[in-house]
Design a protein around this ligand. Structure first.
Ligand code: PLP
Length: 386
């Protein structure tokens, strides 16, 4: 992690994030999209991504798709949910809300289970909701809800969904590649993720991992031409090509990023590094007087939400600028009730970087004249109990 030129800021954001020099260097060559070399690269990309699913991957295939993560969520919902289907959306933050909004725009029926800013949807909630409404065909779950940083209890959601005979769709945008998912113990119909989060590639495309039988069944479902996962899959299977102009450099960068992922030791090792980053960050921030929104048990190793200090001298815009001056780009909060900010733990950063982040935070508070990092009692009361 020593290859980032000191003049470039370190991105403490959930993607785009700080990438390796090798990943960026992989974009220094041009590729013909129709050429055999690029087709081979696409083939390798798809195989490498399926391989990350672990032992239960045999029945699954990978369909990359141009666009940011939201394009992939829209593509998955539009393609896998038939017009006569109905989706139970499990929301506890902005991305669950966006999935519901997507279904609304697509004109697909759904029920929203809204847990507010961070409370997790539990297996028993899902079982009860499915028992109450036999029309529900699919459950949409957010793996890591990046707006708070909570790691949702996906395994119990999958178990409840399967027990009720329904199908699980997963937004694993900010978790895939660092948190293990294996259909052998976590059955799902389809999941989506993107190149620029835990895989540590650059933005430009995402991918669907889906059961081959599900892919085969969803011909003609999509109300969209460009976001039709089935049509894209058929194109890959028949010609080895993307249907429309592929983000060639981004694909090359992702293949390089996947090599780095494997060299690091795969999903477990990447998740372990991120967890160590998070632990170093949280310990240092608590020593400065900060409080986290979530207790340890629910904290993902992806991104951490800190409650803003109650001290009137604290101002996020000035804090951001003071952190940027020290080489770190942090992230605003996305909660609706309490003031907060977020610091990401993913990308080409290690615990030593996190220690420097804590020093920078301490200096930034001094610069702003903030004497206590403690949040208000009202904000503390809103936080998730431990
Ligand atoms: C990043 C992210 C998305 C996609 O957001 P884009 O801005 O479209 O890339 C979707 N869901 C979750 C949980 C995310 O973290």
């Amino acid at each position: 992690m020593k290859d980032i030129p000191p003049a470039e800021p370190i991105l403490l954001t959930p993607g785009p994030l700080t990438t390796s020099r090798a990943v960026r260097a992989a974009m220094l060559r041009d590729w013909g999209s129709w050429d055999d070399d690029f087709r081979a690269m696409t083939r390798q990309l798809r195989a490498d991504l399926v391989a990350l699913l672990g032992a239960g991957r045999e029945d699954y295939d990978c369909v990359p798709m141009q666009g940011s993560g939201s394009y992939l969520v829209e593509a998955m919902l539009g393609t896998f949910v038939p017009w006569h289907g109905k989706v139970l959306v499990l929301a506890n933050g902005a991305y669950g809300q966006r999935a519901a909004q997507t279904l609304d725009v697509l004109g697909l029926p759904f029920t929203l289970m809204d847990k507010g800013d961070f409370l997790p949807p539990r297996g028993e909630d899902v079982a009860a909701a499915l028992a109450a409404d036999p029309e529900i065909t699919h459950v949409l779950a957010i793996h890591c809800e990046t707006s708070s940083g909570i790691l949702n209890p996906l395994a119990e959601i999958a178990t409840a969904t399967q027990a009720a005979g329904r199908k699980l769709l997963i937004d694993s945008m900010s978790a895939f590649g660092a948190i293990p998912i294996d259909p052998a113990w976590l059955p799902f119909e389809a999941l989506v993720s993107s190149a620029n989060k835990c895989l540590e590639g650059v933005p430009g495309f995402g991918f669907v991992l889906a059961r081959r039988t599900a892919l085969a069944e969803c011909a003609g479902n999509s109300p969209s031409l460009a976001l039709d996962v089935h049509a894209q899959w058929v194109s890959f299977e028949q010609t080895g090509q993307w249907r429309f102009t592929p983000p060639t450099h981004v694909v090359a960068a992702c293949v390089e990023a996947l090599a780095g992922h494997a060299a690091e030791g795969g999903v477990e090792a990447r998740g372990a590094r991120y967890a160590t980053n998070r632990d170093r960050l949280v310990a240092g921030m608590r020593q400065l007087g900060f409080e986290t929104l979530l207790p340890e048990a629910w904290m993902s190793p992806i991104i951490v939400t800190f409650l803003s200090p109650a001290d009137p001298a604290f101002d996020f815009a000035r804090f951001y600028a003071a952190m940027k001056a020290r080489g770190f780009l942090i992230y605003p909060g996305k909660l609706t009730v309490v003031e907060s900010f977020r610091i990401g733990c993913i990308g080409q950063i290690d615990p030593e970087v996190m220690s420097r982040v804590v020093v920078a935070v301490e200096e930034a508070l001094q610069e702003l004249g903030v004497r206590s990092a403690a949040p208000s009692p009202e904000a503390l009361a809103q936080r998730m109990p431990g």
